[in-house]
Design a protein around this ligand. Structure first.
Ligand SMILES: Nc1ncnc2c1ncn2[C@@H]1O[C@H](COP(=O)(O)OP(=O)(O)OP(=O)(O)O)[C@@H](O)[C@H]1O
Length: 282
């Protein structure tokens, strides 16, 4: 995407204020086939909006700039083109596996659905769904196809959500805080699975998180957002070794580390912003 700006048009604003409200400004970001890119930043910095804009999931918002996918401009593309891309070429998983699944449909129906809507015959779609669940570590996948989401734990549901997102073999998976609602051990399993699938399927992953600590093992490159703008973007090791932006320095300083003296006070983002005289590169 190049120079992407997302704003809330004046007529949609519910609180006082005039003019369009800019939420994301001038953002340029590329992701290569098979690459894992983490988009980090504090809550409200515009990460989700940026990701959702790729598939244009918020019709009320005004998008400007350019979003190219395999040489084709998605901004302003027809519904037909967007439907073809959504779910099949680019799919998305969200934070809460509890609400992402429909409680009254079986696991099998939901994992096979992306194939069924694309005309894959039922028997074949179900076989692929079992294969995908199995691959993502759902035990007794074939029997579990007839189960309902309520019979699954949070971690298992997120595996089911991932299976549904990956069954149609997309080339890009957008994962918006997919592990935030899970406990730490399950978080690690889901992150490992994501990395493994990305390697095996040459799947590009745009991983959104406010937690810089978990990106080190997963992402190759990190883009940092701050107040609606992209402030830094580098390979993951470089970012940890030489963070440029005060906000990134604060984020890195606030990660607990095993090699630090227990009495060392962790820094916060605010420390760095104060040290820099409150400059935000705005
Ligand atoms: N559909 C919308 N209409 C109007 N404003 C929105 C909409 N979606 C998000 N916003 C606002 O845009 C800003 C950025 O939101 P966004 O959800 O992208 O942040 P985020 O960085 O993903 O944070 P979080 O980690 O909390 O999800 C926030 O101030 C939010 O209130």
């Amino acid at each position: 995407m190049a120079n992407l700006t997302v704003s809330l048009p004046e007529r949609q604003r519910t609180i006082t204020g005039s003019g369009d409200l800019t939420l994301v400004e001038g953002l340029s970001l590329d992701i290569r086939p098979g690459e894992r890119l983490a988009l980090v930043g504090e809550s409200g910095s515009g990460k989700s909006l940026t990701a959702r804009s790729i598939l244009q999931l918020d019709p009320a918002l005004k998008l400007e700039g350019s979003i190219t996918w395999k040489g084709c401009e998605l901004l302003g593309a027809s519904r037909r083109v967007l439907q073809k891309v959504r779910g099949a070429e680019i799919s998305m998983i969200f934070q809460d596996p509890m609400t992402a699944l429909n409680p009254v449909l079986t696991i099998g129906e939901q994992v096979a659905e992306p194939l069924l809507v694309r005309g894959v015959p039922r028997r074949k779609a179900y076989a692929r769904a079992v294969e995908m669940l199995d691959r993502l570590g759902v035990p007794k996948a074939k029997e579990r196809m007839r189960a309902y989401p309520g019979q699954f734990s949070g971690g298992m549901r997120q595996r089911v959500v991932m299976a549904a997102a990956l069954v149609a073999q997309p080339q890009l998976l957008i994962a918006d805080e997919p592990t935030t609602a899970l406990d730490v051990r399950v978080q690690e399993q889901v992150l490992d699975l994501l990395e493994e699938q990305s390697r095996e399927l040459n799947l590009a992953v745009l991983f959104i998180t406010h937690d810089l600590a978990i990106v080190a093992g997963l992402a190759q490159r990190v883009a940092v957002m701050f107040r609606g703008r992209l402030v830094e973007e580098k390979p993951v090791d470089e970012l940890f070794d030489h963070p440029d932006h005060p906000y990134t320095q604060g984020l890195i300083g606030s990660i607990p580390r095993i090699d630090l003296d227990p009495d060392t006070r962790l820094t916060t983002v605010e420390d760095y912003l104060v040290l820099q005289g409150g400059a935000h590169h705005e």
